[in-house]
Ligand binder design. Structure first.
Ligand SMILES: [Zn+2]
Length: 298
C-alpha cells in the first residue's frame, strides 16, 4: 500500500494572488476529503508573515492541513546549498549566478549558520502557528551536508526535496517539450536514510508548474503514469505543487488532483495522507528502507 502526499511549496510568500489561490485550493482539496502538506516560508524575503497569510495558514491548520518549514527567507535559491537539478532545468541561470556569488554563498553553508536559520523558522512556527515543525524542505532543493547536520541538531529528522522525475519541467521553452516519463536512478525511489540519518522523502514529480495548464491533458496523463509506477516501488509518494503554479491555472491543478485520485482508486488499496501524520504514525520511518548516495560535494 502506498500513502500519497500532496505537498505545496511557497505558502507564506507573495501577495494577494497566491493567498487567494491557497485558500481556494485548500477548500477544493477538502471537497475531495484531502489535506495537503503546505511548505511555508516563515520569514518571506526577510519580512514577517503578513496578517493575510497568517489568517489563511491558521485556517488551513484548523481544517486539518499540515504546515511544515520551507527554508527561512527563501530570498534566493541558494539558502541552504548550491543549485541542483531540476531547479537548474527550470532556471539554467542558477548555475552562473551561483558561480558569480560562489565565495559569498559557500561561506553561508556552516552548521552554525544554517542551524540559526532553521531555529528562527521553528520559533516563528511556534509563536505564530503553534506548530512544532517535524519536516524541512530546502528552497529550490538546494542542500548541503551542513544543512542535514543542522537539522539533526535541532531535532528535525525528516526532509523532502530530491526528485524522482523532472519531466514536469520539460514543457518550458528552453527544454525538450517531451513529456515522456523519465525517472532518475541517482536516488532510491522510496524514502531513504541520508546524511546525519535524516530521512529523505523523495518527490515523485510536479505537474502544475507555470505553463503546464496549456498542455493540461498531457500533464494529467504524465501524473497518472507516475503514480501507476510508484505504487510498485514505494510505500510513500510525495507529489509537488507550488502556490504560484496553482494560481497560474487553477482549473488545471484541480484536474491533476482529480486525475490522480481516479487513477489511484483503480490501483488498489492506497491512501492520501499528510507528512506530519506519516511521521507521527511511524509510516515514513517504516517506508525508509534504504540509504541515500554520498552525492553532496559540500
Ligand atoms: Zn520554494
Amino acid at each position: 500500500m502506498t500513502d500519497f502526499v500532496w505537498s505545496i511549496d511557497d505558502a507564506g510568500s507573495g501577495g494577494e494572488v497566491p493567498i487567494q489561490a491557497t485558500r481556494r485550493f485548500a477548500r477544493f482539496l477538502e471537497s475531495r476529503d484531502l489535506r495537503a502538506t503546505w511548505l511555508v516560508v516563515p520569514k518571506p524575503n526577510g519580512q514577517p508573515l503578513s496578517a493575510e497569510w497568517l489568517a489563511v495558514l491558521r485556517e488551513a491548520r484548523d481544517n486539518g492541513h499540515d504546515l511544515q518549514l520551507h527554508g527561512l527567507t527563501h530570498e534566493d535559491c541558494f539558502e541552504f546549498g548550491p543549485p541542483v537539478w531540476p531547479a537548474t532545468s527550470i532556471n539554467p541561470a542558477f548555475e552562473s549566478t551561483f558561480a558569480q556569488r560562489r565565495n559569498e554563498l559557500i561561506s553561508r553553508y556552516t552548521v552554525a549558520n544554517l542551524r540559526a536559520r532553521i531555529e528562527e523558522g521553528q520559533e516563528i512556527f511556534r509563536r505564530e502557528l503553534e506548530i512544532e515543525p517535524v519536516l524541512f524542505r530546502a528552497p529550490c532543493g538546494a542542500i548541503s551536508q551542513a544543512m542535514f547536520n543542522a537539522l539533526a541538531q535541532v531535532g528535525i529528522r525528516y526532509h523532502s526535496c530530491q526528485y524522482i522525475s523532472g519531466t514536469g519541467y520539460e514543457h518550458l521553452t528552453h527544454n525538450s517539450g517531451d513529456l515522456t516519463p523519465v525517472w532518475t536512478d541517482a536516488i532510491p525511489h522510496s524514502p531513504f536514510h541520508w546524511y546525519a540519518d535524516v530521512v529523505e522523502a523523495p518527490i515523485l514529480g510536479e505537474y502544475t508548474w507555470r505553463g503546464a495548464g496549456t498542455r493540461s491533458a498531457e500533464f494529467v496523463e504524465l501524473a497518472r503514469k507516475d503514480v501507476t509506477r510508484i505504487v510498485t516501488e514505494s510505500q510513500v509518494a510525495v507529489i509537488l505543487m507550488h502556490t504560484h503554479g496553482i494560481a497560474d491555472d487553477f482549473d488545471h491543478a484541480c484536474r491533476v488532483v482529480d486525475g490522480v485520485l481516479e487513477m489511484v482508486a483503480g490501483l488498489g488499496d492506497h491512501r492520501f495522507n499528510t507528512l506530519d501524520k506519516l511521521i507521527a504514525s511511524g509510516a515514513l520511518d517504516v517506508a525508509a528502507t534504504g540509504t541515500g548516495p554520498d552525492s553532496l560535494l559540500i
